[in-house]
Design a protein around this ligand. Structure first.
Ligand code: ADP
Ligand code: MG
Length: 682
């Protein structure tokens, strides 16, 4: 018997060259191979007679070869082999292109099973390149449900099939991790049966059952891991905060908090009082005022003698938070610092030393906060803003700089609840479902190029009113072969050909941090009329005077991304607009964008996005911090997710530490999964 961890090169027919091809599919071991699941199936089980074959509907039939196959050499590289077959109902002409195999293997007078689709009409039916096997062979391409595997250049479906079959013959399938009672309760196949059936199902129903089991398993493992982690964290203790009087903070605010903000803050204060570290997600649509909730939490931590740190995904955002938060909190005696990558080395060192000595109470920064060089004197609260923008591990690395600090995670992307559970299943959730008063909806329109002159007039009108305009482009520079509007060129065009008299700024992600910062703050000060930008402005930027956003080639963005972008306008008192331009004519795309124009509900938009594009694309091209699932799809398997989540939660609560083989296998599987997606779930 071979082991699951053995390399696939122990299989017959897999030498170093073949192994390389498998490697591009991330298949190294027998286990990888056995877990390389089909992406679909072809049902080749049905056997019909020739007269029942339907045009373009592939099926299997049994027939005898009526003549010796004849090959004609048409030209270089094109040989055509013709042969006639028949059963008791009809005759059929078969044509094969460039197939030596046919003339060598189809024998006159013998019967075979064929699989193919007829084409043609009453003048004559024909079948091109059917698969065939002799009656006594083990079914590989006919008389079965054929799995269709994800492939790579040079690797055929047959080759994968053969390799999988060999692997399954010489080693056991991965261990059972689902406890018997759970399998019974949810009607789920045992592991071994599922692994066999997913690769070699007897029929489509068995393939479905196998798939269902494996999807359930993936979600179960993931949710069980989260539950275990939550349980481990629940055992941690920290001294409760004594001083939770926020009156001075509330008095310093330039506005009244919304009911939702107040509720969130109260939930946080309750956590602070509890004697256990807080693990809380604050989720609220763009503009719902998350920053103030974070400020309140920081105020509470600092007045209890601890340090607070807030990590933002971009320098621009960190700068903005620092500016507004220090204005608010410094008068209350809180020393607010800023730490970003673009500070000069000398300044960075200075800020770091003040963090270490405790001369700074509240530090706002980028991922510069999590490097080894940053040492806190007494970190009591970790806040991450726009959590979904962070790469794996950063949240946990920042937390590790304190002694089980309180954790506050803020996310603007309104994630559908099921997905939120998955990404943040280990956190309590507070929802900011109320916008500050006086906020107006941003009127949104979808237009094509024929509106260009009107768009330009509209831009000019806003500029003349003293308001500012964002123009968002999908690319930074002109890319070959794609006619996407690039920020750089488009800024140039607008400046020279359309608005020579207006001040146009350019902002994109390839600019240096300090330069971006300068451009952004100039714009915020009103020193530019138009900002041509890429999606770098998507997150958090706050310029209340901006009232118009043009999104060029809007079809290139995800709906959630458009929603984030649109959130950059309508932040002040003036009526604001968002114009989406597109050159796309696909009716579905236009439909989607039109629907977007009509709704302002971020949750609905997110749900739609998830359905359309799946979670991989959910946050644009960035990673979402989610593990990759092999079989499960977050777009379409959400129901199974809900069931598996509940099942795993119940199970872990009752039997998490059990000593059965299943429980051990489950724990080891959880470990592997969480290591593979290191940190996403801490
Ligand atoms: P988010 O981060 O949730 O998108 P922000 O915290 O940036 O939102 O807040 C958006 C804007 O609303 C900011 O200009 C902020 O000062 C303002 N704001 C926040 N809370 C209130 C409130 N209760 N009343 C009025 N304005 C508010
Ligand atoms: Mg924000």
């Amino acid at each position: 018997m071979a082991r699951l961890s053995d390399p696939i090169t122990i299989l017959k027919g897999i030498g170093p060259a073949k192994a390389k091809q498998f490697e591009t599919l991330n298949i190294f071991t027998l286990e990888d191979l056995i877990c390389h699941f089909p992406r679909g199936y072809e049902d080749r089980t049905k056997l019909v007679t020739i007269d029942k074959l339907q045009v373009d509907v592939p099926a299997c039939f049994r027939a005898m070869v009526m003549n010796t196959p004849r090959t004609t050499h048409v030209r270089k590289g094109l040989d055509i082999t013709k042969v006639q077959v028949a059963d008791h109902t009809a005759r059929l002409n078969l044509t094969f292109f460039n197939s030596r195999y046919v003339s060598e293997n189809l024998r006159y007078g013998q019967e075979y099973i064929f699989y193919g689709a007829v084409s043609g009409d009453f003048i004559g039916y024909n079948m091109t390149n059917p698969a065939f096997e002799s009656l006594d062979s083990q079914p590989v391409t006919t008389r079965r449900v054929l799995p269709i595997y994800p492939l790579t250049a040079g690797l055929t479906n047959g080759a994968v099939l053969k390799a999988v079959r060999q692997a399954m013959a010489i080693c056991d399938t991965p261990a059972e991790i689902l406890p018997g009672p759970i399998r019974e309760r949810y009607g789920i196949l045992p592991a071994e049966q599922a692994y066999r059936a997913i690769h070699e199902p007897r029929d489509m129903a068995e393939a479905e059952a196998a798939k269902r089991r494996l999807i359930f398993e993936e979600f179960f493992v993931f949710s069980a891991g989260l539950s275990l982690m939550r349980a481990a964290r629940a055992e941690k203790r920290c001294p409760p905060y004594e001083n939770l009087n926020l009156t001075p903070f509330y008095a310093a605010l330039p506005f009244r908090l919304t009911g939702a903000q107040q509720r969130c803050i109260d939930e946080i204060l309750k956590d602070f009082r509890s004697g256990a570290p807080m693990n809380r997600l604050v989720q609220g649509d763009v503009g719902s005022g998350k920053t103030m909730v974070a400020a309140a939490a920081a105020y509470a931590a600092v007045t209890n003698g601890r340090q607070a740190a807030m990590m933002a995904p971009t320098e621009i955002l960190a700068e903005q938070h620092h500016a507004s938060l220090s204005k608010l909190l410094e008068p209350l005696g809180i020393r607010v610092g800023l730490l970003t990558g673009s500070l000069t080395p000398k300044n960075k060192a200075l800020v770091r030393s003040r963090i270490e000595t405790g001369e700074l109470d509240f530090i706002v920064g980028t991922h510069a906060l999590v490097t080894d060089k940053t040492v806190f004197s007494d970190l009591g609260l970790v806040i991450t803003d726009e959590q979904h923008r962070f790469g794996v591990g950063q949240r946990s690395r920042l937390s590790a700089k304190g002694d089980d600090p309180h954790l506050l995670v803020m996310s603007a992307t309104p994630i559908p609840r099921t997905l939120a559970l998955l990404m943040y299943g280990d956190l309590e959730v507070s929802i900011l479902d109320e916008l500050p008063p006086g906020r107006q909806t941003v009127d949104t329109f979808l237009v094509n190029e024929s509106y260009r002159p009107r768009i330009n007039n509209f831009i000019r009108k806003h500029a003349q009113n003293g308001n500012q305009i964002y123009v968002v482009c999908p690319a930074v520079e002109e890319t070959d072969g794609m006619s996407l509007k690039s920020a750089t060129e488009w800024a140039e065009t607008l400046q020279t050909a359309v608005f020579p008299d207006l001040r146009i700024a350019l902002l994109h992600g390839q600019m240096k941090g300090a330069e971006k910062e300068r451009v952004m703050s100039e714009f915020a000060k009103g020193n530019a009329d138009i900002m041509v930008a890429t999606t770098v402005i998507e997150v958090g930027v706050d310029v209340p005077n901006a009232t118009l956003m043009i999104v060029e080639d809007a079809d290139r963005f995800g709906l959630s991304q458009l929603h984030q972008l649109r959130g950059r306008v309508g932040r002040g008192q003036d009526k604001s607009y968002c114009i989406l331009t597109t050159r796309n004519r696909n009716p579905e795309t236009l439909q989607r964008l039109k629907a977007f124009c009509k709704t302002t509900d971020g949750f609905k938009i997110a749900q739609e996005d998830l359905k359309m594009r799946g979670p991989g694309d959910f946050f644009g091209s960035r990673q979402s911090g989610l593990p990759t699932f092999r079989v499960a799809s977050l777009g379409s398997d959400l129901e199974t997710l809900t069931v598996a989540q509940q099942a795993s939660k119940d199970w872990i609560e009752g039997h998490g530490a059990a000593d059965t083989p299943e429980a051990k296998a489950l724990r080891s599987r959880i470990q592997t999964l969480f290591e593979r997606s290191e940190g996403t779930m801490n």
